[in-house]
Design a protein around this ligand. Structure first.
Ligand SMILES: NC(=O)c1ccc[n+]([C@@H]2O[C@H](COP(=O)([O-])OP(=O)(O)OC[C@H]3O[C@@H](n4cnc5c(N)ncnc54)[C@H](O)[C@@H]3O)[C@@H](O)[C@H]2O)c1
Length: 279
């Protein structure tokens, strides 16, 4: 199905690593011209070079309005238009297992990147799209942590829940300009972010990743770890005209984690019943 994005111009924030990187590669393979927008120039520059004339790298902090405005202006200057904005850059927060002892030291930064980032990216991209009068597709990266409440990492959870609510609100607001706004809620995806222990010895990182996998997979119906490409495929659908009647949606890409409780309690209940009542 090559050519799904033929003629389209996209920005992918956080495009130098993980989910963003897989999306940049897929969008380019599908015919789009893509601006890789990321803080990490050391990773972004060689990526743009490898992908050739269909891509550019632009160094940006998505939490800074002036920098995001410069990013959108750069995209128009390089490629003439903007059809797809993927607000995907995000950071994790410190993991305190017990909220009582969370210092919340990183709260402002996590909110600035994960929540203000997609809000600024949406507004500034939408202004350009509305000016063009061609409509467009805006995609935000939320998380299952923004759908399911849970223990710990409160700062991260609230930003992702905010992204879900913001996406729906922006979809309603921007529909009159034919601008669609949707979000993706990835589950446990194999990237630098989900490895937790950057800078540790590689063998220990691998060992830890294995343990984390088995913990996550215990309540995930599809028994494999998600790959960045799994999320990129969802972004491709939302970026392309195939999703032309979809706006304000939250697309989980998480092996079924938010579908419900995969444990079959009925089997346990029937077992208890036959044990106790003997029927
Ligand atoms: N990996 C997972 O399991 C998972 C699960 C749910 C949601 N997510 C979300 O997916 C998105 C991508 O994460 P990933 O797993 O690919 O992580 P990643 O760490 O591999 O990539 C994140 C990229 O964002 C860039 N970035 C960080 N802060 C930035 C800023 N202020 N401005 C511009 N770029 C910035 C980083 O340099 C990096 O290239 C994030 O929003 C994350 O919250 C990831």
């Amino acid at each position: 199905m090559a050519g799904e994005l033929e003629g389209k111009v996209a920005i992918v924030t956080g495009g130098a690593s993980g989910i963003g990187l897989a999306t940049v590669e897929l969008f380019v393979a599908e015919g789009a011209r893509v601006v890789i927008a990321d803080l990490d120039r050391a990773a972004g520059d060689p990526l743009a070079e490898r992908l050739g004339p269909a891509s550019r790298f632009f160094a940006v902090d998505v939490s800074k309005r002036a920098e995001v405005e410069a990013l959108v202006a750069f995209t128009a200057e390089q490629f003439g238009t903007l059809d797809v904005m993927f607000n995907n850059a995000g950071i994790s927060c410190a993991a305190f297992p017990d909220f009582l002892y969370d210092t919340l030291d990183d709260f402002d930064r996590v909110v600035a990147v994960n929540l203000l980032g997609p809000i600024l990216g949406t507004q500034i991209a939408a202004r350009a799209m509305a000016r063009q009068g061609t409509g467009g597709s805006i995609i935000n990266t939320a998380s299952i942590a923004g759908i399911l409440a849970g223990q710990a990492m409160m700062s991260y959870r609230v930003t992702k829940a905010g992204v879900v609510h913001f996406t729906k609100s922006a979809a309603i607001d921007l529909a009159r300009h034919e601008i669609r706004v949707n979000c993706i809620a990835p589950g446990h995806i194999q990237t630098a972010m989900s490895a937790f222990e950057e800078g540790s010895a590689p063998e220990n990182v691998t060992l830890l990743a294995k343990e984390i996998d088995s913990i996550y997979l215990s309540n995930q119906p599809l028994k494999r770890r998600g790959l960045p490409r799994d999320v990129a495929e969802a972004a491709l659908f939302l970026a392309s005209d195939r999703s032309r009647f979809a706006t304000g949606t939250v697309m989980p890409v998480e092996g079924g984690v938010t579908a419900g409780d995969p444990v079959n309690h009925l089997a346990d209940i029937l077992g208890a019943r036959s044990r106790i009542l003997g029927d």
